[in-house]
Design a protein around this ligand. Structure first.
Ligand code: PEP
Ligand code: MG
Length: 753
């Protein structure tokens, strides 16, 4: 029985070391390798499959029918072996034939064997083969045995690569023609530049250690250097202390000093691996764990760890530094599997034009940082690192989430033209920044921005915003590793109010739960449809301590100032009342303590749940303002999940149903004299905003990038004419409202983007 992963692997590695150093053909070596592994693991079968010409070919076996060698072939995704390779996963099965992917190959004679375990053999993050063991008895392999197999798989990857056996090991096969790829929109904007790989690819060349103590010393010194780098990075970060970025970097630091991580690397070295191989081995394990985790936030944390692991690997292999440390020589489009926030901050902002991630998600730390830096970013382009070579020309369109690699001249010209137009537009818009948002017939429109980061408040003047109409306080919760305490909330709100100066800021109390789940708030029984689940105000009212802390932080931060608070997802008036009462209790208490209080407090509700629209007569007299969250509202009106890409284009914000619904609310608010604002994405689209102005809406809170186009639209619009047109269209809706409205805008000289 094998006692530990280290021992098991070490025993095998010692054997492999001798094999690798010996003469003989690569095939001979593989034949000996399977014997060694089978022996050490007391396993009846050990086989190696190699990816060759697109198939997984049985290359060597101990225990299966030898005649099947070089004959048995499986497609990627076929059978257990194909599944392991395709999905780069580990299988450990007591009864192989019960697995749904099991494919019986009679020529191998494997019918006697019940248990099965297999691990992928990976090179440069691409599967190049599979290593399997099988047993006659039905039993599960121990974790230590699986660990040993994985370690061996690393060594095999070196052996296969040096023999040039597997596909892709003789240099990556890549398409050299133009390619267009579509991904996930993370940060908007257009960019053009040369491909730069964030990590000049470090491929682990030697996996088996000659001298374990020497390897240990190398890792030790690499850890020291890496921690030093991170500490310096935090010190030098351009972002002010106290902002979210600081918290992100602190989390990052926590990982850098994580003892568990360095211990695992040391264990891998104990098993006989070189320092590089040990780091990669632990990284692979982390990656595998990451794939099992369903929680997006926890996944982000794991990305931080991966980011650090890459850094360590580069330090230890002497290929110090990411592309950032070598300096960007020209306009660059950065390519990475994923990127840590600290790594992004390493780059020269003048040269960094765009970012493409193989992974990436909207709530990732790095996305938040890139947005704050104004660098367009597209995510979820899985093949990017295979298709692109360093230095390739790339066109990145963050608005449409597309990437063109090695574009043809015509595509490039088109792109340049569009980019020029966008830039010219931007310059025009910039000239408008100081001009009022006023229609040609003298109707004033209030334009505020949506925000969520401390830095966002710094740019209000630059974008010509009158304030922040929606401050998503949950962002702070989303980027933190643990629940932000009252003190850190207070600091953030105070910074934001300070930066906004005299301009108003509407703080929305936390809208968490649903798709914005937090790992540290246990929500064990998550509903099937979290958007309609226990989220936002519903959660806050059940977790009063959480809301009280936020109320206190907000009230104290706004001492001597005007505080505007609004509650998300109010479904019935009593929820609003209860939330407001909670705030008022806090005020009373603070007053009793003779604390300095805000001069005025205004309370608002978000209208996101259609039911609330039926109760406005009751609610409006109690409100200081209403804010319509069309992102949620429309998904509930149409019963269409806002996160489902298949429904993304199915229903239109300009559909008569939505417009009529909104018109009723706007009319009712206007009649009651309650200010009403729109803060969903809809308000940031020119045609939609034009319709809303025609329907009597005068207050908008939009994404900052939309400020220019929206203001230009407003300044070219006659609100009176628009109102007459909207009345007519809502009474007798045309078949295609969008087209009709666009036609009307064109006829009337309204500037749309
Ligand atoms: C909305 O739902 O329209 C809204 C503004 O809130 P969020 O997008 O944060 O859910
Ligand atoms: Mg919402």
């Amino acid at each position: 029985m094998v006692e530990s992963a280290a021992l098991a692997a070490r025993e095998i590695l010692t054997g492999l070391h001798a094999v690798m150093a010996s003469r003989g053909s690569p095939q001979d070596k593989l034949d000996r390798v399977v014997d060694i592994i089978a022996d050490a693991m007391e396993s009846e079968v050990c086989s190696i499959y190699v990816l060759k010409e697109g198939h997984l070919e049985l290359f060597a076996t101990h225990g299966l029918n030898r005649d099947a060698v070089h004959k048995t072939r499986l497609e990627m995704g076929e059978g257990l072996v194909g599944t392991i390779a395709e999905q780069m996963l580990i299988l450990n099965l007591e009864e192989a034939s019960r697995h749904p992917q099991f494919a019986f190959r009679p020529e191998t004679g494997e019918e006697h064997f019940h248990s099965f375990a297999g691990v992928p053999i990976v090179r440069r993050e691409t599967p190049i083969g599979v290593l399997t063991v099988q047993h006659e008895d039905s039993r599960k392999y121990l974790d230590v045995e699986i660990e040993a197999l994985q370690t061996v798989a690393m060594v095999l990857s070196e052996l296969l690569a040096s023999a040039g056996f597997a596909d892709g090991t003789k240099g990556r096969a890549r398409d050299t023609g133009p390619q267009q790829l579509a991904g996930l929109k993370l940060v908007t904007g257009m960019a053009r530049g040369r491909a730069v790989f964030h990590q000049p690819k470090v491929t682990v060349e030697h996996t088996v250690a000659e001298d374990i103590e020497a390897e240990r010393a190398r890792v030790y010194s690499a850890f020291r250097k890496m921690r030093e780098q991170i500490d310096n990075n935090i010190r030098d970060a351009e972002f002010g202390v106290g902002g979210e970025h600081h918290e992100i970097l602190e989390t990052y630091k926590m990982f850098a000093y994580d003892e568990g991580w360095s211990r695992r690397i040391n264990e891998a070295i104990d098993s006989g691996l070189t320092a590089e191989a040990a780091i990669e081995r632990v990284q692979q394990r982390t990656r595998a764990r990451m794939q099992e985790i369903d929680d997006p936030l926890l996944k982000e944390r794991m990305h931080d760890l991966e980011d650090l692991s890459n850094r360590l690997l580069r330090i230890v292999s002497g290929r110090v530094g990411t592309a950032a440390s070598q300096g960007l020589q020209e306009d660059a489009i950065l390519i990475a599997r994923n990127l840590g926030p600290a790594e992004l901050l390493d780059y020269d902002k003048r040269r960094l034009k765009g970012i493409i991630l193989q992974e990436g998600s909207l709530t990732a730390h790095v996305t938040i940082v890139a947005r704050a830096m104004g660098v367009p970013m597209v995510g979820k382009i899985e093949d990017i690192r295979h298709i692109t070579a360093e230095g390739d020309e790339i066109l990145l369109d963050g608005d449409h989430a597309t990437v063109t690699v090695r574009p043809e001249a015509r595509t490039r010209d088109d792109f340049d033209q569009r980019m020029e137009t966008t830039q010219a537009r931007r310059a025009e818009f910039a000239a408008n920044v100081k001009k009022p948002a006023e229609t040609t017939d003298g109707q004033k429109v209030e334009l505020m921005v949506n925000a969520g980061l401390a830095e966002d408040a710094d740019h209000l003047d630059a974008v010509g915003a009158e304030g922040i109409g929606l401050f998503r306080t949950e962002f702070q919760f989303l980027v933190a590793a643990t629940l932000p305490g009252r003190e850190s909330q207070y600091k953030l709100y105070k910074t934001v109010l300070g930066a906004a100066g005299d301009k108003p800021v509407v703080f929305r109390t936390i809208d968490i739960g649903g798709d914005k789940a937090l790992p540290y708030l246990d929500e064990k029984d998550e509903a099937e449809n979290p958007a309609m689940g226990w989220r936002a105000l519903r959660l806050s009212l059940d977790r009063k301590a959480l809301m009280k802390a936020q109320a206190r932080a907000l009230i104290e931060a706004a001492a001597g100032k005007h505080l505007k608070v609004m509650f998300p997802m109010v479904s019935e008036p009593w929820e609003y009342e209860e939330a407001r009462a909670l705030f008022e209790d806090q005020i009373d208490w603070l007053r009793g303590q003779k604390r300095f209080l805000p001069t005025v407090i205004e309370y608002g509700a978000m209208l996101e749940v259609p039911a609330l629209a039926e109760m406005l007569d009751q609610l409006l007299p109690r409100l200081d303002f209403l804010s319509i969250g069309t992102n949620d509202l429309t998904q509930f009106l149409f019963a269409a999940d806002r996160g489902d890409p298949r429904l993304a284009d199915r229903y239109d914000w300009l559909s008569p149903a939505i417009l009529r619904f909104l018109k009723r609310i706007i009319d009712q608010c206007n009649a009651a004299g309650t200010p009403v604002r729109i803060c969903g994405e809809m308000g940031g689209r020119t045609l939609e905003a034009m319709a809303l102005i025609g329907m009597g809406l005068r207050r908008f809170s939009i994404t900052p990038a939309a400020m220019g186009p929206i203001k230009a639209m407003i300044r070219s619009l006659d609100a009176g004419q628009a109102a007459a047109q909207m009345d007519e269209l809502l009474a007798n809706p045309p078949r295609d409202m969008r087209r009709t409205l666009a036609g009307w805008a064109k006829q009337n000289g309204v500037i749309l983007d």
